[in-house]
Write a protein of this length. Structure first.
Length: 151
């Protein structure tokens, strides 16, 4: 099972539709649960990180393989990402991805990560990034099942 814990909600209809499309496609391979946590809005950054981190921690199962998504961390190709997912699922049936809030992820949450992943050194809107993550997870399952998928 794949769990995505994310801070903030998706408001745009076109992004909601894209998310639903990838969730539908992924059902063939795995169950996906999205846990959407309310962001702290425009408060001081360290306070937001702390409060959002507490919410994330309440939703973590520490037995899961936890992957935080952080700008300054390891980058993988789609093929390497697929291989990583495949290896993880051989040892642990649950993977949890964490998308932090606008200010980032708390140190407490980062300490729980077994892997820290960056998709790019660029910053993406959190709502759009949810679509990008789901697409890459879907692509990984297609690669791991030797199924064709557009490049």
């Amino acid at each position: 099972m794949i769990k995505i814990i994310t801070v903030g909600s998706v408001k745009e209809k076109y992004l909601k539709e894209a998310i639903e499309e990838y969730l539908k496609r992924l059902r063939k391979y795995t169950n996906v649960e999205i846990v959407e946590l309310k962001d702290e809005g425009f408060v001081e950054s360290q306070k937001a990180i702390l409060l959002e981190g507490q919410k994330i921690m309440k939703n973590l199962n520490l037995k899961d393989y936890i992957i935080t998504l952080e700008i300054q961390e390891s980058q993988l190709t789609s093929e390497e990402f697929a291989e990583k997912i495949d290896k993880i699922l051989l040892e642990n049936s649950n993977i949890t991805f964490i998308i932090g809030g606008s200010y980032g992820i708390s140190d407490e949450v980062k300490k729980q990560a077994k892997f820290k992943l960056s998709f790019s050194k660029m910053t993406f809107p959190h709502q759009l990034f949810r679509v990008i993550l789901l697409e890459q997870i879907y692509r990984a399952f297609k690669i791991n099942h030797n199924e064709s998928y557009h490049k």
